[in-house]
Design a protein around this ligand. Structure first.
Ligand code: LER
Ligand code: MN
Length: 270
């Protein structure tokens, strides 16, 4: 398993991104600290210079395992399940616009908050139908480019649409697309899952990506989750993908980034 850290290409409100500010400087730090990759949170591919971005990441010898899309919800209020057909269409277009860069970087595209939250007056069933329709369109478009999507179950305080891995697996079954799987985030799992171990085991065949944060959403090692058990379970499951740090910049961004990799290396290399 390889380690990466989430980095936003632009300023954003989302709190669980350790590093903010100068992109190149942060990519350099992530490489120096010993991470193998950088997970990019991209609000809108139209706002970035993909060529320059790829160069700056490759110059540091880093891979990009995943692209996060949640800022389109947080900053631009797009949602795949909006009652407004124009907003849904814009959300689908935004999601599809990540495919070329994802194909180039061999990165999985994450679907977290972009699926939205059911608004008053709309049923959850209707939201899930919109979500399924959107994923059919995007999943099929990505398949022809060899790109995969990872749907992230999010805790109850962030969405009503797929909170548990069980709901996530049922949704994947409904979609029937091989290139759509799950992203499991230990922070959300700690809130929603009866057992982290049982959850990883149940989703083993469809886990495309993993986010690491401790119980308090600080860096791994700062809360009460047992990352030794997380790693042992993922190894037993045959997971050979990425462990990507997505946690708050506390006590400060650099300390969090450094302590996370020190903790994970002490486990992975034991
Ligand atoms: C994103 O990966 C995440 O975990 C959420 O809390 C917000 O999308
Ligand atoms: Mn996450």
């Amino acid at each position: 398993m390889k380690l990466s850290l989430v980095l936003s290409t632009h300023p954003a409100q989302f709190e669980a991104v350790a590093l903010k500010g100068d992109f190149d400087a942060n990519v350099g730090k992530i490489a120096r600290w010993g991470y193998d990759g950088v997970e990019l949170a991209i609000r809108d591919p139209a706002l970035i210079d993909a060529e320059q971005l790829v160069q700056s990441v490759e110059a540091q010898g880093l891979e990009v395992p995943a692209i996060g899309t949640g800022q389109a919800w947080g900053e631009d209020h797009l949602s795949l399940t909006s009652p407004d057909a124009e907003v849904r269409a814009a959300a689908i277009a935004r999601l599809r616009s990540h495919i070329p860069l994802a194909a180039r970087l061999d990165a999985v595209i994450i679907i977290g908050l972009l699926r939205g939250i059911t608004p008053a007056g709309q049923t959850t069933t209707r939201s899930m139908d919109y979500f399924a329709d959107a994923m059919q369109v995007c999943g099929e478009a990505a398949a022809s480019e060899g790109v995969r999507f990872a749907i992230e179950p999010l805790n109850r305080y962030e969405t009503d649409l797929i909170r548990s891995a069980e709901e996530g697996m049922a949704f994947l079954e409904r979609l029937g697309l091989d290139n759509v799987g799950l992203l499991l985030d230990t922070f959300h799992m700690n809130i929603e899952e009866p057992s982290l171990t049982a959850c990883f085991q149940a989703c083993a065949a469809r886990t495309f990506h993993v986010h690491l944060a401790d119980s308090n959403r600080w860096y791994p090692g700062a809360g009460h989750l047992d990352f030794g058990e997380v790693v042992a379970t993922l190894r037993e499951c045959g997971y050979a993908g990425w462990l990507s740090g997505e946690f708050m910049p506390l006590p400060d961004a650099d300390t969090a980034g450094r302590r996370a990799i020190a903790h994970m290396h002490s486990i992975l290399r034991a």
